[in-house]
Design a protein around this ligand. Structure first.
Ligand code: SF4
Length: 353
């Protein structure tokens, strides 16, 4: 039996991976990549079958953040030309959420920039949550509003929120090098408050910020300890105008190794491919679905993603099904595929290379 099959057996059998085993997954040689994915797929299938959960982001408040997280386009001093606006009205947020739900999302993620919400902000978001729940009782609502203070998680829970997202992002040892305005412990504290209030905890990481394999294993082992129900793995989007704009150090293979490591270490958690999926995994996105069981549909907070229609087509082409969707109702995937040539020989337009 090879290493990856042994790791899959351990993961399915509930035996925790050791640190050395997690590091070995990150060091998988190119020639063994498909064996690693096949073993990871066995674990994914055991817990989630061939289902893909679709999550839809609604950016309630964009930019103008007083915090200095170096990976973020909305940070203090960011020169990134992203949309900047203050709180959407609850009716605007509810109607935007409806677009994602109509396209197949079974979870709506309500996100706002900032260090954390005021009690007035929690009231505002609570109204939006109740409105969404009134019209879509089966859809999960997750809030992501930053660091929470006393009683705020309980109030979101009472308003009908199902989950709260707050990512650890990177290891405790490197946290101070990516942010100076709050600490790793502040983030852990919010995840603990979320759990205590009875909300489903969602917490993940960002890869590609120059971290070592040890840092990645540290943060994933810390997540295993916190036991979130869902783990978003984001791949850094190096926005121009942010301190990490030049950090283009991920390859599709590296992204697959990271996803596989998270799948083996936290086998029963919903593993979501977060931001950066299209620009870092590129043609390997559908291979990554064999490890992850969840993605964001369409656009991210401040950057555009693949068209939602193309996400749905990718899922279907790879042999997966959208969680909660009726397969009979799957959209026509042959939209606009045939394009009549209008450039190159015989025309005045130059052909694309
Ligand atoms: S607190 Fe959130 S919005 Fe503000 S800079 Fe950090 S990640 Fe960005």
């Amino acid at each position: 039996m090879d290493l990856y099959d042994a790791l899959a057996d351990k993961a399915v059998g509930g035996e925790p991976l050791t640190r050395e085993e997690a590091l070995a997954v990150l060091a998988t040689p190119e020639d063994d990549l498909l064996d690693m994915i096949a073993a990871g797929f066995r674990v994914r299938r055991h817990f989630f079958g061939r289902r893909v959960k679709l999550n839809f982001l609604v950016n309630l408040k964009s930019g103008l953040c007083p915090e200095d997280c170096s990976y973020c386009s909305q940070r203090l001093g960011s020169k990134a030309e992203v949309l900047k606006y203050t709180w959407l009205k609850p009716e605007e947020a509810t109607s935007t959420a409806g677009v994602g739900i109509a396209a197949g999302a079974s979870r709506v993620c309500l996100v706002a920039s900032g260090r954390g919400p005021t009690d007035r902000d929690v009231d505002r978001v609570s109204t939006t949550i109740s409105e969404i729940k009134k019209s879509h009782p089966d859809v999960e609502v997750c809030a992501c509003l930053g660091l929470l203070s006393d009683g705020q998680a309980d109030r979101l829970c009472q308003a009908g929120a199902d989950a709260y997202n707050h990512n650890l992002n990177t290891s405790d040892a490197t946290y101070a090098s990516i942010c100076s305005t709050h600490t790793y412990d502040d983030r852990v504290d919010t995840v603990e408050r979320v759990k205590h209030a009875g909300l489903s905890p969602c917490s993940g990481l960002i890869a590609g910020m120059g971290e070592s394999d040890d840092d990645l294993v540290d943060v994933v082992f810390a997540l295993r300890e916190l036991a979130p129900d869902s783990i978003p793995v984001n791949f850094l989007i190096p926005f121009k105008g942010t301190p990490l704009a030049r950090e283009w150090n991920l390859t599709p293979q590296r992204c697959l190794r990271i996803l596989a490591m998270v799948r083996f270490v936290c086998p029963g958690a919903e593993l979501r491919i977060g931001g950066g999926r299209e620009i870092h995994l590129r043609g390997m996105q559908s291979l990554a679905l064999h490890l992850a069981n969840s993605i964001f549909l369409g656009d991210y907070l401040t950057s555009e993603g693949q068209a939602g229609q193309d996400d749905l087509q990718m899922i279907r082409d790879a042999g997966f099904t959208v969680e909660g969707a009726d397969p009979e109702q799957a959209p026509d995937t042959h939209h606009d595929l045939v394009k009549v040539r209008k450039r190159g020989a015989g025309t005045t337009e130059v052909a694309n290379a």
